[in-house]
Write a new protein. Structure first.
Length: 635
């Protein structure tokens, strides 16, 4: 890390690390001493773990039994390398510098006459203390946010019996907040509407009939498309967030902290202030907008990109469509109402067979997973009303392959930056997958490649009517996709290089890619070196924030399912077994779909067996539903 990047607050820690000889300082750059490495602790098993080392081309370090100390999975560690030791590169923990769980949630319980403040997920007493007098001044079930670093109670969130507290609980775990500071809001409100005369160096594409195609509820329109059929050229226009969000500014600092927009069933918690995310950056129809555009020429015989270029532009989207409207057009149920729509429908009709063919070509190498994406609906009192599975339709597929093309082309522009990588699964995970599938009667024929083997499994799953269930198992066996400064390909998509370019309103990774591509285009080595200076740590941070956002979204739904189930104790519902080892679990497939059940009593059920699940007990605090299973033919 360069001296100029270090804040006064960080300098205290840096000096401490220098004194302990963890770091060296030369030519205004801090580096780790060759004896030490920093990283996050991976899964702890039998007193051992691997340290996921921060840095490029650095192997993970094995931490053996007796060398872990009090470290837990996910903690930020400085480890001392054990040099000269036989076997895998190993280390012992020198210092725990950050706990994985910095914040948690606790609530008040009462046993007999005694009250105590316990962790919401474990029921263990927390480090932060509350006097008996203070405890008795609150209600049983009152919920609090806890700072684990300081062992301090930060704020009361509500009461566990109030459905409205669920959102506060899931956000508090990761110290997320919806509000933006006054400073950030003032900057966001200070931007003026786009005046094309102020951007003479941008390419003027306002005459092209771009359109956006998004969910009906969407408010932030990241991407617009236009297909020039005469020149077989696809234009993918992306909101030019980097024009407004500049490095080191207050908005940028907040965007780094958030890294992702979070999407709950009833609302979103945006990465950027709504003045930008839903207005000035959003590619709304009938207004001028700044865009960063990939112009991609295709050879329709080979479906290969013959050339592409990316540049700053101004566009004027002619129409905002939702997916349902485009699907109706494909079905012949929606016609053009004006000249703009006539032009758009004309090129959309010609573009569809091209994106369909691109998908067919892509799936010869990559994978087509059918795991169901759950959509949940809640009422104004924050109670679950119904759930459905989102369906991928032709309109979704069209947009997806346009975006994949742009993301691929962006990744070709640099050798070091932010790549979206997905490594092949380990042989151990594949063996476990094959054993599970053999247990439900599948014949596992190991082919020449993983792709061929998985494709054969998917064909059998289709024949058995278990397509989405088996795909979910296959996905679980995969490595997790993540962000990396160096490219190693994307196994799932089958791409040699891939990045995220198309969603800078809701993903910080895409904003970084935009800045890097602009620096490359302008031969701006100063800006380029700034973007890349701490890219290893930034890639790791963004990957971590992505997992946080996903956890928040999943846990919120789990809490809503638990509250619904609490009103249906003693009732039986159709469900399907979706795990048998180490515990038996099932998923509801009834009037409510997707709720996950812990099966406490069963009669030799097998994976993917259809059962009746009788809800016996619900733990609202832990968001767990407990049920007993009976065979469908026994009811």
């Amino acid at each position: 890390m360069s001296e100029q990047d270090i804040t006064p607050e960080e300098k205290v820690h840096v000096n401490n690390f220098l004194a302990k000889k963890y770091l060296t300082f030369k030519d205004n750059v801090y580096k780790f001493n060759s004896k030490y490495r920093a990283g996050t602790l991976g899964l702890v098993q039998k007193g051992t773990a691997y340290l996921n080392v921060i840095g490029e081309n650095v192997r993970d370090l094995f931490i053996g039994e007796g060398d872990l100390g009090t470290a837990k999975e996910g903690d930020l560690i400085i480890a001392q390398r054990l040099l000269g030791k036989m076997g895998a590169p190993s280390a012992k923990i020198a210092e725990i510098v950050g706990r994985a769980v910095s914040y948690s949630v606790a609530y008040i319980i009462q046993k007999g006459t005694h009250r105590s403040l316990v962790d919401l997920k474990t029921d263990f007493p927390i480090g932060a203390e509350m006097s008996d007098e203070k405890l008795n001044s609150y209600e049983v079930g009152d919920v609090f946010k806890i700072d684990n670093q300081e062992n301090a109670i930060m704020e009361k969130l509500g009461n566990i019996n109030d459905p409205l507290v669920d959102e506060k609980i899931v956000l508090a775990q990761f110290n997320k907040h919806d509000e933006f500071s006054e400073e950030v809001l003032e900057i966001a409100k200070s931007f003026k509407p786009v005046d094309a005369h102020k951007y003479p160096n941008r390419k003027d594409l306002r005459d092209l009939p771009f359109c956006t195609i998004d969910p009906v509820t969407a408010k932030d329109f990241d991407d617009a498309i236009y297909w020039d059929d005469n020149n077989t050229t696809l234009y993918v226009a992306i909101a030019d967030v980097s024009e407004y969000v500049t490095p080191f500014g207050a908005i940028d600092n907040e965007a780094i902290y958030r890294c992702f927009s979070i999407y709950l069933p009833h609302r979103s918690i945006p990465m950027l202030p709504r003045e930008l995310s839903e207005t000035l950056c959003s590619l709304q129809p009938h207004v001028d907008r700044l865009a960063y555009v990939f112009e991609i020429k295709l050879d329709l015989n080979t479906l290969e990109v013959t050339k592409s270029k990316v540049y700053e532009a101004i566009i004027h989207s002619a129409r905002r469509f939702n997916y349902e409207e485009i699907d109706k057009f494909f079905e012949g149920k929606l016609g053009a109402k004006n000249e703009d729509e006539t032009k758009i429908f004309e090129y959309i009709k010609k573009l569809r067979p091209i994106t369909d063919a691109l998908k067919v070509k892509r799936l010869k190498i990559g994978y087509d997973f059918r795991s169901n994406e759950l959509e949940m609906f809640i009422d104004e009192k924050s109670n679950l009303t119904h759930t459905t599975y989102a369906q991928e339709t032709p309109s979704h597929a069209l947009i997806e392959d346009c975006m994949l093309l742009a993301n691929k082309e962006a990744a070709k522009q640099f050798e070091r930056g932010i790549f979206r990588i997905h490594e092949p699964p380990s042989q151990l995970k594949l063996q476990i997958l094959y054993q599970e599938l053999a247990g439900i009667g599948m014949h596992i024929d190991i082919k020449h490649s993983i792709k061929e083997t998985i494709s054969d499994i998917q064909k059998q799953a289709r024949d058995m009517g278990l397509e989405s269930e088996v795909d979910t198992l296959i996905i679980r066996s995969q490595m997790q996709a993540r962000y990396s400064p160096l490219n190693s390909g994307h196994f799932g998509l089958g791409f040699e290089e891939y990045t995220h370019f198309t969603s800078p309103i809701r993903r910080y990774s895409d904003l970084i890619v935009h800045r890097l591509l602009k620096a490359i285009a302008n031969n701006d080595t100063v800006e380029g070196s700034y973007v890349l200076r701490n890219i290893e740590a930034l890639s790791m941070t963004i990957s971590e924030k992505e997992r946080e956002a996903s956890t928040i979204e999943n846990e919120f739904m789990a809490r809503k399912f638990a509250r619904w189930a609490a009103g249906h104790v003693g009732e039986s519902f159709k469900a399907r077994i979706n795990a048998t080892d180490p515990e038996v679990k099932a998923e509801l497939h009834d009037e409510i779909i997707g709720a996950r059940l812990n099966i406490t009593s069963h009669d030799n059920v097998v994976l993917f067996e259809d059962i009746y699940a009788k809800i016996e007990r619900v733990d609202i605090a832990k968001a767990k539903i407990f049920a007993t299973a009976t065979k469908r033919d026994e009811e």
